[in-house]
Design a protein around this ligand. Structure first.
Ligand code: GRF
Length: 219
């Protein structure tokens, strides 16, 4: 069966992109990274793509002052030219307009470093620590026009441990992100995740558990 073609949008480090590239190195993985697209020419994610032999494109938002539609139109063109099936946001730091989001409706994923709907937006780890939650984590969801909203596809939980600071907690969540994004892509690519309006159902899930949930073992 043909592999799903991913377009990964990055603005920086690209460690989640790397997790997808690494997963796709296994020929049995049902998706491949067809294009890495960045709004910044200096994004480290572009180097990761090149090192892996993956095509890259840069669409610099600053080249379209005051014209978000043209910026997003150029990104859309690049994604379509590369025959992308599914767009994965991976640390892409521009808010996408309803036009772009609708164009890729149910074919646009984001990874967010919290258990949504808690802690939308930035500084999620600091806010989780300030709130004193015992469980934190990350979410892969389908993108809707409002920031960090949309049907939840998969989540990974991590404990918040005594003595954690923002850095230690971010590291633990990031390691979970790197497992979660490939899992979420796999579920969609294999047709095991079905979007029913604003909820996602995973085939085979039942009262005993869900394959779209990663939890650490209880100690
Ligand atoms: C990740 O924490 C992701 O959840 C958030 O931005 C960060 C990107 O990191 N959306 P990287 O560029 O994938 O290393």
């Amino acid at each position: 069966m043909a592999r799903l073609r991913l377009g990964v949008l990055v603005s920086g480090r690209g460690s989640n992109l790397q997790a997808l590239i690494d997963a796709a190195a296994d020929p049995a993985f049902p998706a491949e990274v067809a294009l890495v697209l960045s709004n910044r020419a200096d994004a480290h994610g572009l180097e990761r793509a090149t090192a892996a032999g993956v095509a890259t494109a840069v669409v610099d938002h600053r080249a379209f002052p005051g014209d978000k539609r043209a910026f997003e139109g150029a990104m859309d063109d690049a994604l379509r030219a590369a025959n992308v099936d599914l767009v994965c946001l991976a640390g892409f730091m521009r808010l996408l307009s309803p036009w772009f989001v609708e164009r890729w409706h149910d074919r646009l994923l984001n990874i967010h470093p919290s258990l949504l709907p808690s802690f939308k937006g930035l500084d999620t780890h600091a806010r989780a620590l300030a709130a004193g939650v015992r469980v934190h984590g990350c979410t892969v969801h389908l993108v809707r026009p409002a920031m960090d909203e949309g049907p939840i596809l998969a989540q990974a939980a991590v404990p918040v441990l005594p003595g954690d600071d923002e850095r230690s907690l971010a590291e633990r969540v990031l390691a979970a992100e790197h497992r979660l994004y490939p899992l979420a892509v796999r579920l969609l690519a294999e047709g095991r995740a079905r979007v029913l309006g604003e909820r996602v159902e995973i085939d085979g899930d039942g009262p005993d558990g869900s394959t779209a949930l990663i939890v650490p073992a209880l100690r």
